[in-house]
Design a protein around this ligand. Structure first.
Ligand code: SF4
Length: 369
């Protein structure tokens, strides 16, 4: 399985927690930027001619902020240069403050069959604190336009002044919107973002409180019939994000645009985060890669374990043996013995017990040599 990611780095304004490559004051460059992305795709055509892509994910930034005709042209460019399977999952991220019936109609017409909507919280004052450009009403209008479509909703926990009741309300709004998939992420206050000051001032909930929020959120999601298939991702039966599953199963992927990363043939490479640099590289007929790393056997193994243990299904013992010519249970027998109360195994899989999934990072680290 292989996926394509395209990064659209434009937003209406910068959210207070955002450290993604997103440029709120550069929307006027959207046309030139997209022309560079189409060019970058054409330049990768030969390298990827033997690949069949099963997913295409348009993320950002805010892909829905640019004119929909560029998205249609992007899809045309992807189909012209690469072999996209007939039933490929094609997703676009949308900010509820930037959608319209016309945009959604164009997205559908050009083959987009999955939408990812950033609600974050159903409490308007918290949306304002986050610097989001939308409010709850915008979200309600957005999901009305998506009625009958396959869509996912992002929600956040660990926000300033957020209570467990607020999380319950947010999940209820998201679940009752008709979403088939809900991602629930904990806010990470990154140094250099405005929200980091709130963190330093002790205004954000502490780790234990966020863990309680997560448990309450996961419980609420289960009540609405959403199954957890990865630590932050929950869905109705069969509605997992194929694009993300490909990442967690160490599949190959190619990224286009500023900051996009790729992993092809066990070489991981990342594009520049600098918009001007990206233009300069692509317009001078070069790639915009700033670093590239060949992943050796040990690195592949660590990645496989780390990614698989984030998911509810865990490590596929047969697949592990095929990939690494080694028996996982024998190789890590001491670690598994030491952590036995946190793990379970069933039907050829070893996984972290659901009640411990939230602390997966502190468990996974024990598998690194
Ligand atoms: S909409 Fe997303 S990418 Fe844009 S500024 Fe906000 S968090 Fe960052």
């Amino acid at each position: 399985m292989a996926g394509i990611y395209v990064h659209i780095p434009f937003c209406k304004s910068k959210c207070s927690y955002c450290d993604f490559a997103s440029f709120p004051d550069k929307l006027c460059y959207a046309e030139s930027y997209m022309a560079c992305v189409y060019r970058e795709m054409a330049k990768r055509k030969d390298q990827l001619k033997n690949y069949k892509f099963d997913t295409l994910y348009i993320g950002g930034g805010t892909p829905s902020v640019i004119d929909e005709k560029y998205i249609a042209m992007l899809l045309a460019s992807a189909k012209k240069n690469f072999f996209l399977s007939d039933n490929a999952e094609i997703t676009i991220e949308m900010n509820p403050g930037t959608v319209s019936a016309g945009k959604i109609a164009t997205y559908k017409k050009c083959g987009i069959n999955r939408f990812s909507v950033g609600l974050q919280t159903a409490v308007d004052s918290q949306l304002e604190d986050l610097g989001r450009i939308h409010n709850l009403k915008d979200f309600e209008n957005c999901v009305k336009l998506l009625k009958g479509e396959n869509f996912s909703v992002d929600v956040m926990i660990g926000l300033k002044n957020q209570t467990v009741a607020d999380i319950g309300k947010t999940i209820t709004v998201a679940a009752e919107s008709g979403a088939s998939h809900i991602s629930m992420y904990a806010l990470t206050p990154e140094d250099g973002t405005p929200i980091y000051t709130d963190y330093l001032n002790g205004e954000l909930p502490d780790g234990d409180t966020v863990a309680e929020m997560y448990e309450a959120g996961a419980k609420k999601l289960a009540e609405f019939g959403f199954e957890r298939y990865e630590v932050s991702n929950f869905c109705k039966k069969g509605k997992e994000s194929k694009h993300n599953l490909n990442y967690w199963r160490r599949g190959e992927y190619i990224g286009f645009g500023v900051s996009a990363s790729s992993c092809i043939n066990n070489v991981r490479f990342t594009n520049t985060f600098d918009l001007d640099e990206y233009f300069k590289c692509i317009l001078s007929d070069n790639f915009a890669v700033i670093n590239s790393e060949q992943i050796d056997e040990e690195g592949r193994k660590e990645e496989y374990i780390m990614l698989a243990l984030r998911t509810a299904r865990g490590i596929d013992l047969k697949e592990y043996a095929e990939l690494f010519k080694s028996n996982f249970e024998e190789e890590y027998s001491e670690t598994l013995k030491k952590l036995s109360s946190f793990f379970e195994s069933k039907n050829g899989f070893i996984y972290i017990k659901p009640e411990h999934l939230y602390i997966q990072n502190s468990l996974i680290i024990n598998f690194f040599k």
